[in-house]
Design a protein around this ligand. Sequence first.
Ligand SMILES: CC(C)(COP(=O)(O)OP(=O)(O)OC[C@H]1O[C@@H](n2cnc3c(N)ncnc32)[C@H](O)[C@@H]1OP(=O)(O)O)[C@@H](O)C(=O)NCCC(=O)NCCS
Length: 348
Amino acid sequence: MNIREAVPKDNKELQELQAKCPQGTTLVVSTVNTPDFFARGKAYESYKVFVACEGQRIIGSAACALRDVIVAGKINQVGYVFQAFVSPDARRKGVASQLLQQREDYLSQQGAVLVYTLIIEGNLPSMQHVEKRGFNLHRTLVMPALVVRKEMNAPSMGRIRPVTSKDLATVAELLNETWQGFEFHESTSAEALAQFINRTPAYSSDNLLVLEDQGEILACLGFWDWSQIMRITVKALSLKMRMIGFFLTTTRILPEFLKPGDIMKQIMLTPIGFKDPLHLAVLVRYVNNQALLSGIQQIFCICERDHMLLRSMKGFIRVNTAMHLYVKLLQQNISLSDKPVFIDGIDM
Ligand SMILES: CC(C)(COP(=O)(O)OP(=O)(O)OC[C@H]1O[C@@H](n2cnc3c(N)ncnc32)[C@H](O)[C@@H]1OP(=O)(O)O)[C@@H](O)C(=O)NCCC(=O)NCCS
């Protein structure tokens, strides 16, 4: 087996392999980055995709990205490892372990002080895999999924509009204030926001909304329509999920629930900035109403389990999934604090 960097002509083979590697236990889904396998990585300023090959055949792949975030009160470069999958017929032979080693070596060479990853509740193979490689569970966060099912009343607290280049500095300031004191937060600026909007596939300034009142930006909310960059197909539902579905359909809250074969249309909220959750709630409701028109079924984000942004989601049917944040320190002079952490939606 050899490991090399993925190239654009691997696109189709990677998609075919990805389709054979569903994940999840509560909700088993197959995720295929389509039409461009590399689209998801492009949301990062710096990312790499590796492939493990046996002869000419790709048997596994994994990605990583570099970011400058706050760790232990200082800006540090960290690595994020994501999107690992190995062909079912090549599992338990150390392929994922070697792909992880490759990424750790690369990130280390680039100066990353630590590497982190996110693992959804119940994905025991992945948890055991990273624990064996020296990762520790740092925190368990929550990924709330809001069910998009009806138009929500959005109280009038100002004007909602897409961000303009003139707003970017104020929006950046609001984002930095919102997440001040959170570990893993990457301080932003007008320029960094503009670059994020430009480089992220299926994202434009129309995807970043602001709530403005009397010239003041009260909240901002970005949304990334995943259905434009990946196809997520339901493969199976756990008992917990089937029971939620049974409850929602028999009480007529939903006309129907997910079933195997369904294509899920989802949006991820990023970035999120506010001072008062009531202001954010107006934007969340506005996004829900837009999502409803384009057939989106769920809205996601990720945060600490008691974060006040959850208060902006009142009135929604919310299905919570636990998300484990695993961290491995790559340098000895670094330590993590107990402070709350910020995880950007693009990491999902
Ligand atoms: C998770 C995954 C990438 C592991 O790939 P792999 O090449 O089989 O992993 P490795 O052979 O390197 O296994 C390393 C260790 O992980 C753990 N592990 C891997 N698969 C496991 C399983 N099914 N059950 C329990 N532990 C498992 C073991 O500790 C294993 O060491 P061991 O074989 O010496 O006991 C693979 O199962 C996969 O593609 N799953 C579907 C996609 C997915 O869930 N991706 C991860 C998203 S976070």
